[in-house]
Ligand binder design. Structure first.
Ligand SMILES: [Zn+2]
Ligand SMILES: [Zn+2]
Length: 252
């Protein structure tokens, strides 16, 4: 199966990522990604972008391809790659409050919402789950990022049932499967998440969470785990380009 989207990527603007947006686009084109999402960390991330970063997306062209003679990446109407401009907003408290106000969210293509240790104080399993559910009930949030971190345990039955109701995709984060990830118990938690998604036929989206261009569009560890679990490919949004319209309400 071929993945056509990677909606969880970071660039230099994150403060702890190492490629430019143009390098990310180049890498995405090289592996056949059609929908690349720039999901920069929200403003409470140390070293991350100021809110103004998210209000200037209007200057960024949205369609790209390679120039025939030089092979350089250029903006082209009708190009093979569509760029979506979003945010990985921080979930800040038990009410699911995000670190970016509606006036910014409403201008961008989509938001992921994630729990990170620098913005959220871990509570009980019930409290972490409630914070996540309330965050994705925000209509601008389309994806819950890396719900797999053992430092913030979640009730997967509750999470998946609520995600289904809210029509939100749960992310299977490829970088959480890296043994060097700072998240804890990623593999075990993702297995439980995937099994629960199978039970409720809840779609997932694979995200690389790339912090350098070489990782973009590559889901090797995730796909291997999904094969081991016989996870149905129909529930993986990345495999059909038209699924972008199920996820995000934009005309492309
Ligand atoms: Zn994250
Ligand atoms: Zn991320």
């Amino acid at each position: 199966m071929k993945a056509f989207m990677d909606l969880h990527t970071h660039s230099l603007a994150a403060g702890h990522a190492y490629s430019t947006l143009l390098e990310n686009i180049d890498a995405a084109l090289a592996v056949g990604i059609r929908y690349l999402g720039m999901s920069e960390h929200g403003p409470t991330s140390p070293g991350g972008p100021h809110e103004f970063f998210f209000s200037n997306y209007k200057v960024i062209p949205r369609e790209y391809d390679r120039e025939e003679l030089s092979g350089r990446v250029v903006p082209v109407t009708g190009g093979r790659l569509h760029l979506l401009c979003g945010v990985e907003a921080n979930i800040c408290d038990a009410d699911g409050k995000l670190d970016l106000e509606e006036r910014y969210l409403q201008k961008m293509d989509y938001a992921l919402a994630s729990i990170h240790p620098f913005a959220f104080t871990a509570g009980s399993r019930k409290e972490n789950t409630l914070a996540s559910v309330r965050a994705f009930q925000n209509p601008y949030v389309k994806i819950l990022g890396h719900p797999d971190d053992g430092r913030f345990p979640l009730d997967y039955e509750e999470l998946v049932r609520e995600a289904k109701q809210a029509h939100v995709a749960l992310e299977v984060n490829n970088s959480s499967l890296n043994p060097r990830s700072s998240r804890q118990g990623g593999r075990e938690n993702i297995i439980e998440l995937l099994k629960t998604c199978m039970k409720y036929e809840q779609p997932v989206i694979m995200g690389t969470d790339s912090h350098m261009c070489f990782a973009i569009g590559k889901f090797v560890e995730t796909e291997q785990l999904m094969r081991e679990l016989d996870f149905p490919t129909e529930l993986v949004l990345n495999y059909a380009p038209e699924n972008i319209h199920k996820l995000i309400n934009i005309t492309l």
